[in-house]
Design a protein around this ligand. Structure first.
Ligand code: ASP
Length: 323
């Protein structure tokens, strides 16, 4: 063996020895959490709550980085390019890790095999919301208005494949309408424009909707699930409001790059289970996942099921990124 070989062999041995030790002492420096949408929206709100509680539990800061674009797939792609060392994680959702498969023919990742799954963070009810000036005061009036104004009605959303896009897509399929689509980099900015009356309506998650409805800045016609949401108890369900066929629940999940060592995955999962996270999310109207979904294996199986669920729905709607 010459000197170069010796150095190379030494480096491999040192790396092999360091990896498990690093997992044991993890984390020794701040962690970056990618939020694949603009600041101020539902993914950002959930991410910041989770980051704050996780920093306490991990003893290191968890720093948010908003990497918006392409319905959240830009941020998810970014995560797959990071080292699998537990220092970069993300909050993904129904869009980035399920609907994207059917919507993006050139998606640069496999939501199941290119990630280490940490766990489902929460599920979120979807509400049909509109600007205050819209001439409809309940879901039936909104449906009549939308059918009559299909060509000019503006539907704000957070980009192709975002949940605000796909969930309104389902609504449109249910009603047989194809209104104008107005993409944003997140429903934070979309909500600002809804409040300002610059767009007509938005299908958005309860954590983003509840503060605005309580402040009286927008209208919420219905919550698209079987039961009312505790954060907005006066808003009827779609079934109560006459559209029982429209029900959809979306979720957020925590992911790391593929190859992240199991002890680190488990450490992150334990930090995610922090009681403080769960209490704060519940206050905002987010629902907590069933225990079996809050695990790495549970999330992996759930992603497979969600991809299988959303792919035919999106294919039937005939939408892909770019149309
Ligand atoms: N996650 C939201 C959506 O997909 C957007 C956001 O969080 O800003 O519609």
């Amino acid at each position: 063996m010459n000197r170069r070989h010796l150095i190379a062999a030494g480096a491999v041995a040192a790396f092999a020895g360091i990896a498990p030790a690093a997992a044991q002492t993890y984390p020794t420096r701040p962690i970056t959490m990618i939020i694949p949408f603009a600041a101020g929206g539902p993914t950002d709100v959930v991410g910041r709550i989770v980051a704050e509680a996780m920093s306490r539990s991990l003893g290191q800061s968890v720093v948010i980085e908003n990497v918006a674009g392409a319905g959240g797939t830009t941020g998810a792609t970014r995560l797959t390019q990071q080292p699998p060392d537990g220092y970069t994680i993300m909050i993904g959702h129904t869009g980035t890790h399920a609907a994207s498969v059917a919507l993006y023919p050139n998606l640069r990742y496999n939501p199941v095999t290119d990630f280490a799954q940490i766990g489902v963070v929460n599920t979120n009810a979807i509400l049909i919301t509109a600007k205050k000036a819209l001439p409809a005061n309940n879901l039936a009036e909104f449906v009549t208005w939308l059918k009559a104004n299909e060509r000019t009605a503006n539907n704000a959303h957070a980009g192709i494949g975002s949940v605000s896009h796909t969930t309104c897509l389902l609504l449109h399929a249910t009603l047989g309408v194809k209104p104008q689509s107005v993409p944003y980099r997140g429903t934070g900015p979309a909500m600002n424009d809804l409040v300002a009356g610059q767009v007509d309506y938005l299908c958005d998650q309860v954590v983003n909707v509840a503060p605005q409805v309580r402040a009286g800045t927008i209208k919420a016609f219905a919550v698209a699930q079987a039961t009312r949401n505790a954060a907005l108890p006066d808003v009827p369900t779609t079934a109560e409001a006459g559209l029982p066929g429209y029900q959809v629940v979306v979720w957020n999940a925590m992911l790391a790059p593929k190859g992240t060592p199991e002890p680190i995955v488990n450490r992150l999962n334990a930090a995610l289970a922090d009681a403080g996270v769960r209490a704060r999310l519940a206050e905002l109207g987010a629902d907590l996942p069933a225990d079996n979904l809050a695990t790495p294996a549970g999330l992996r199986a759930f992603l497979e099921a969600e991809i299988a669920k959303w792919t035919p729905v999106i294919r039937a709607a005939g939408v892909t990124a770019g149309n």
